[in-house]
Design a protein around this ligand. Structure first.
Ligand code: PLP
Length: 405
């Protein structure tokens, strides 16, 4: 049999999905699984978008321009202009989700063996995209005891070497929910300017900001406009994950031209998705106010209830719809599997993502889980009681020494 490539062999499985067989087997045993493990929102897309999809009036399903439908790109530019960011449609390439925007960006700025610095824990697929692009991730630790704030400039400087071509952050962050402040973005801008490297900021959760906070986009850093690449997507913004539409936004003309070559090789982003996305751009503020209000309610409930459980610590996130909690257990990978296989209340159990999958350094995040608050408050209450009971039972069994492997 011919061999599989090293790249293929080294491609990591998604840590978010590695417990799926255990969830499936729970479901076969008539246990309902509350999914706190994935970022698939239960929120409805805007009604107008659903209406548009039902009434698509097209006779052919053609490729679009490789950079995306021009009027849609103009619509995205207008969206940015409305939030005070001055970009033109020529600074935008429409992609098949934020995922493809990341792949094109990495391949446009890094050669095999080059390095990218990413604060960890980080969105696990960054690892997969790095392997796909043959580049090395140089992680820098952000700590739960500091609420996952940006590591100091000194720490970043220690990692920068001639192979370092970029820093990548996600703001607000998946998996931590941390919102980087204007000051933190300024600090990064200084480093990037000093070393003349790229700063990729994944802003796919830009709309989901809570309390009195505001999102500060790196596109406002006018001194480094040639260094900045923003990754964007409609997946979470309008709850349209399956439309598969994202974009790259950068005022670096060379970067855009290079990304366009990758875009031409894959011909076109999805035509249907773009048509739906064009409609989504008309979404009124009231939709976002409702959605953000709902997520904020869920976050408040989840975080306060988590912190009431003996030994649990969960910093309150300011954005996105994830949090990381440290649990009073020995190993979150083991615990998340155990709870799916062994613990339920009224035939309901929970699935969480062990946080180890969001770190590259060994033994980091061993006791942490990522919880996505993509379920309504009733389900979150239920999930918390299952978690609380599960921790108690898991510890009792361990104390008894009956052995959980
Ligand atoms: C941080 C982050 N970036 C990018 C993506 C990619 O999303 P999509 O390809 O659906 O736009 C996701 C999806 O969950 C994400 O969480």
């Amino acid at each position: 049999m011919p061999n599989i490539s090293n790249k293929g062999m080294n491609m990591p499985e998604s840590p978010i999905r590695k417990l799926v067989p255990f969830a499936e087997s729970a479901k076969k045993n008539n246990i309902e699984v509350l999914h706190l493990n994935i970022g698939q929102p239960d929120i409805k897309p805007p009604n107008e978008v659903l209406k548009k999809i039902k009434n698509f009036d097209i006779s052919t399903i053609e490729y679009t321009h490789s950079a995306g439908i021009e009027s849609y790109r103009k619509g995205i530019a207008n969206y940015y202009n409305n939030i005070g960011i001055n970009v033109s449609y020529e600074d935008i390439i429409v992609t098949t989700g934020g995922s493809e925007a990341l792949i094109f960006s990495l391949n446009s700025i890094l050669d095999p063996g080059d390095e990218i610095i990413i604060p960890e824990p980080f969105y696990a697929n960054y690892n997969g995209f790095a392997i796909l692009s043959s580049v090395k991730v140089n992680p820098i630790i952000s700590k739960i005891e500091n609420r996952f704030k940006l590591p100091s400039s000194k720490e970043f400087e220690k990692l920068i070497n001639p192979k370092t071509k970029a820093i990548l952050i996600c703001n607000p962050n998946n998996p931590t929910g941390y919102l980087y402040s204007q000051e933190e973005i300024h600090e990064l801008a200084k480093i990037v300017k000093k070393h003349d490297i790229f700063l990729i900021v994944d802003e796919v959760y830009r709309e989901f900001i809570y309390d009195e906070n505001n999102h500060y986009s790196v596109l406002n850093e006018l001194e480094i406009i040639e260094n900045v690449i923003v990754i964007d997507s409609i997946s979470k913004r309008y709850s349209m994950c399956g439309a598969r539409i994202g974009c790259i936004t950068s005022r670096n003309k060379n970067l855009i031209q290079t990304c366009l070559k990758f875009a031409q090789a894959r011909l076109s982003p999805p035509t249907f998705g773009q048509l739906a996305a064009m409609e989504a751009l008309k979404t009124k503020d009231i939709y976002f106010n409702n959605v953000i209000g709902e997520y904020e309610k869920r976050r408040d409930l989840l975080v306060s209830e988590l912190n009431k459980i003996d030994g649990v610590y969960c910093p309150k996130p300011s954005g996105a719809f994830y949090c990381i909690a440290e649990l009073p257990i020995d190993n979150a990978d083991k615990f998340c599997q155990w709870i799916l296989e062994n613990y339920s209340i009224n035939n309901k159990t929970i699935m969480m993502a062990p946080a180890s999958g969001f770190y590259t350094k060994e033994n980091m995040g061993k006791k942490q889980v990522r919880i996505a608050y993509v379920l309504n408050t009733e389900k979150i209450k239920l999930a918390i009681s299952i978690l609380k009971g599960g921790i108690k039972e898991y510890k009792r069994i361990q104390l008894k020494g009956s052995g959980i492997n």
